[in-house]
Ligand binder design. Structure first.
Ligand SMILES: [Mn+2]
Length: 182
């Protein structure tokens, strides 16, 4: 099992997180923001990750940002040095919304995601920066913000599930690219 545990406590937030990348999509999430719970549950389910999270914060911005940082850090640690498929995409429809997410699991943190909500845009950016992945998200169409954000989390989970599949050798024209900071 590729997994990791993170405890992250600041004056603003208190987060305990356990992530198993080779899980079965089970999430146990305790936090006061109902929509964040719903999105993390969606991410875990579509990603095939097992995720346990307890998080409190002094406001929604700090909570959502720090959960994303903890999750990204856990993701990076859980992957370790095992070569993976790296690049994957998923296009996900959800009622009126149609969203594509593409990821590259490589130490080139970048985030360009269309997101109608600034807090969840912050989530995606913080996740990309702390995990080190390249993350793009395109909203092809959509009317309902909830559907657009939820479709983006489904697409992110699906793309990550495809990208973390182990492979025999490292996919790169460079030599070994390690995700671990030495
Ligand atoms: Mn912030």
């Amino acid at each position: 099992m590729r997994g990791s545990k993170i405890c992250r406590k600041t004056k603003e937030t208190d987060i305990a997180l356990r992530l198993d990348i080779d899980g079965s999509g089970q999430a146990e999430i305790e936090t006061e923001v109902q929509f964040l719970r719903h999105m993390l549950d969606t991410l875990a389910r579509y990603g095939g990750f097992d995720l346990e999270l307890k998080a409190t914060g002094d406001n929604d911005h700090h909570l959502i940002e720090d959960v994303a940082i903890a999750l990204g850090t856990a993701f990076r640690e859980a992957l370790g040095d095992v070569p993976v498929e790296r690049i994957a995409s998923a296009m996900v429809p959800m009622d009126d919304a149609l969203v594509t997410v593409s990821v590259d699991i490589i130490d080139r943190p970048y985030c360009e995601v269309d997101c109608p909500d600034v807090l969840y845009l912050h989530f995606f950016r913080s996740f990309a920066m702390s995990s080190g992945i390249t993350l793009h998200g395109i909203v092809h169409r959509g009317l309902d913000e909830h559907h657009i954000i939820e479709a983006t989390f489904k697409a992110l989970g699906t793309a990550l599930r495809r990208a973390v599949v182990p492979r025999e050798s490292i996919l790169s024209t460079k030599d070994a690219v390690s995700l671990r900071r030495e």
